[in-house]
Design a protein around this ligand. Sequence first.
Ligand code: HGY
Ligand code: MN
Ligand code: MN
Length: 412
Amino acid sequence: MNYQIDSSELSADLAAIAAYSSSPPPGVTRIVYSEADQHARAYLRERCREAGLELREDGLGNLFARWIGSEPELPAVASGSHIDAIPNSGRYDGTVGVVGALEAIRALRRAGVQPRRSIELLLFTSEEPTRFGVGCLGSRALSGALTAEQIQSLTDGEGYSLDEARNGAGFSAPLAQVQLPAGHYAAFVELHIEQGPSLETEGLPIGVVRAIAAPAAIRLVLRGQGGHAGAVLMPGRRDALLAGAEIALAVEHAALASGSPDTVATTGYFRIEPGAVNAIPSRAVLEIDIRDVAPEPRDLTLEAVHKAIDEICGRRFIEYELTLLNSDPPATCDPGVIEAIVAACHSTGLAYQMMVSRAYHDSLFMARICPTAMIFVPCKHGVSHRPDEYASPEDIVRGTAVLAETLARLAG
Ligand code: HGY
Ligand code: MN
Ligand code: MN
């Protein structure tokens, strides 16, 4: 069965959400609980109401928009993703999975489908680690991978606690009620841009994700000794930036030396103080992202980085404080959900390939509480987390058509 996907509705929703950004186009910035995030949420709530869905939001702002099935007591089938965006990034990462799920539901309703199981759209809070340092906050909490106490202890770069930020955005329900029990959902499917070049290179419209990589991140605070750039001679300086620079190179070296071609490591955040040209950097804050599709080489790399930090700081008389922000196991997608996606590809006549996701997604945590898999669509040159991130309307329609067919199959 081919469900008619309305490309203009999809494009209108993507454009409307992209306009809610705290940075000027072409990039998009939409940090969790920011004004831009709250406007985008309000827009989506409205669109879900228009589609006849029943809405609820939890204490973190996870949004649940439900189409009640003919047997509402059965565990629902869910689909969704995130709308927060890292600074000056793209308009497709996450949002394609949210607007795609909404349009898939509209397409099934237009076709007169009456699913046995309810179908629920999920909008997860704070998939990006930008503000609170830990990615997938909403799905971590929902799956029980993060307790209410751990959530409350999180603070952002300005010292705001997560509690203050969520209450300020209007989400005050108890955090203890966020976690959903295993079995709450019968299945979860996430539509997402690939954020890599493989589908485009192979000329394929659909990727069926069988596994999601294992992400880890650390925050490192380096304390040296500041001083006057002109007055303090070179010997004996304790320059926090130079220690950080050596460490960033050691991070790159550790990933290259891990023995696995899939190990990636990035010092994506590097801030120094006081940040004056004529003052020796006294303090540096680095955030380091380390991943692999298998946990062993990732953990080996983490260890090598920790050793390098110790050696470099010892030699440069720099104090350091290292915080492990997260170190998550990879996820294996569910064969039954994969089968439904593959069957949907066959019935929509779309070629596909099985693949591993190198980016993490909310599916990494949904896989802990229900059978989960993902559908990828190509993005231009594999680019993501950049203003020139792009997915064509045709590819998004194809991905949404496969999602609609998959949901219809899973929801019976
Ligand atoms: O970093 C990631 O993999 C995701 O885009 N947050
Ligand atoms: Mn992202
Ligand atoms: Mn994403």
